[in-house]
Write a protein that binds this ligand. Structure first.
Ligand SMILES: C[S@@+](CC[C@H](N)C(=O)[O-])C[C@H]1O[C@@H](n2cnc3c(N)ncnc32)[C@H](O)[C@@H]1O
Length: 362
């Protein structure tokens, strides 16, 4: 069983009966999203004999279906004849009506008990301060390394090839470097220039102090930068970036900041440049389970540690990004996580996208 560090204070808000299960999920960055077949099998499951089962139902890592294509999000499909409690997780499961009803009840209760005006102000003013606290308390391994990135976004292969030539990659909301460092590890391009930006100076310090900061091939530079501010990051000018990565950062912004952040990304990217995006989807377990005093606005919450989180739906992201970008892929990644012993079902939901800056035509 994969064990992710717990989310600290936020997990205190979990209902008693799912608290144990939640401690196995990283509900903040959560997102060690390897395919189910590679990730969630327990040791016990792995030793069961499997001769006549179809590959997607196999517990045998040698024969079960592996996700290989971008945006495929795993292949363990749940059919009516499957025993949902036979596996720890299933891909692409749309929640049932009972779950939707439960979620709506939860949302109504959340709205009825919003964050106080005092706290709203506290959490919306200098939000970086709350992330600083977060990084002071957590180790750099809190977020899992995003090893799946190159599989989901093949352009990362292109720019890290030995002969790819000069390439600038900007990661926004880079945190402790769990995306940037795995990319540097695989990089063969001596002319790759990675800027790992975060508005938390503590996150930047964590990256700068990491052993891997001293890249062997290419360069990496951690910079303090507010993606929703008016300035561009140090050393980067308009149209200077080939690829922007945004992994679980857009959800940390107040919706009032989205437009400015998109403007900044548009300015920074070269025409034809890409945004690689992944974030929380509407109805994710992490949203449904928020308790009273956390609701900041529709689908927008503050966690127990003062960091904010928004849950997106596909249409609103499409609308936001289509102004200056072609939305090449934008898909919902759903996963049903199962506690087989306690017969509990937990629905996770993320959104992943690939946007390309539209070249200006004279
Ligand atoms: C959930 S963490 C994700 C970290 C990293 N992308 C990962 O997946 O491991 C969100 C990160 O976004 C950063 N962040 C939030 N708002 C930001 C902003 N306005 N500008 C830059 N970084 C921001 C936070 O400091 C935090 O490191």
């Amino acid at each position: 069983m994969i064990m992710a560090p717990d989310r600290g204070e936020e997990d205190d808000t979990a209902p008693e009966d799912v608290a144990d299960d939640l401690s196995t999920l990283n509900l903040n960055g959560d997102c060690n999203t390897l395919p189910v077949s590679e990730k969630f099998e327990s040791d016990e499951a792995l030793i069961q004999p499997e001769n006549s089962v179809p590959p997607h139902l196999s517990h045998d890592p040698a024969s079960n279906a592996k996700r290989s294509d971008p945006f495929q999000f795993g292949q363990r499909y749940l059919t009516e004849t499957d025993d949902v409690f036979a596996f720890n997780a299933w891909d692409h499961v749309v929640p049932d009506a009972a779950h939707y009803e439960y979620s709506e009840t939860q949302y109504a209760a959340q709205r009825a008990s919003p964050v106080s005006d005092f706290d709203r102000n506290r959490f919306n003013t200098n939000p970086e301060k709350w992330w600083d606290l977060f990084y002071k308390q957590k180790t750099s391994t809190f977020f899992k390394d995003r090893k799946w990135l190159l599989q989901e976004f093949p352009v990362l292969h292109d720019i890290t090839r030995e002969a790819a030539g000069p390439q600038t990659l900007l990661e926004i909301g880079a945190g402790a470097g769990n995306t940037a460092f795995p990319i540097m590890r695989l990089n063969a391009n001596p002319l790759l220039n990675v800027v790992a930006a975060d508005f938390s100076s503590k996150a930047v310090e964590t990256m700068r102090n990491a052993e891997e900061y001293d890249a062997k091939i290419g360069t990496i530079r951690a910079e303090a930068w507010d993606a929703a501010g008016e300035q561009l990051p140090d050393g980067l000018t308009d149209g200077s970036v080939d690829v922007v990565i945004m992994i679980f950062i857009f959800s940390a912004l107040n919706p009032t900041q989205w437009a400015q952040a998109v403007t900044n990304v548009t300015r920074l990217l070269k025409p034809g440049g890409y945004v690689l995006f992944r974030d929380y989807g509407r109805g994710d377990l992490a949203q449904v389970r928020f308790k009273s005093g956390r609701w900041m606005g529709e689908n927008f919450y503050v966690r127990g540690d003062g960091t904010r989180v928004y849950f997106f739906d596909k249409e609103e992201l499409e609308q936001l990004w289509t102004k200056s970008f072609e939305v090449l892929n934008l898909d919902v990644d759903r996963r049903l996580i199962v506690n087989r012993q306690r017969k509990l079902k937990m629905y996770r939901c993320w959104i992943q996208g690939r946007f390309q800056k539209i070249p200006v035509v004279d």
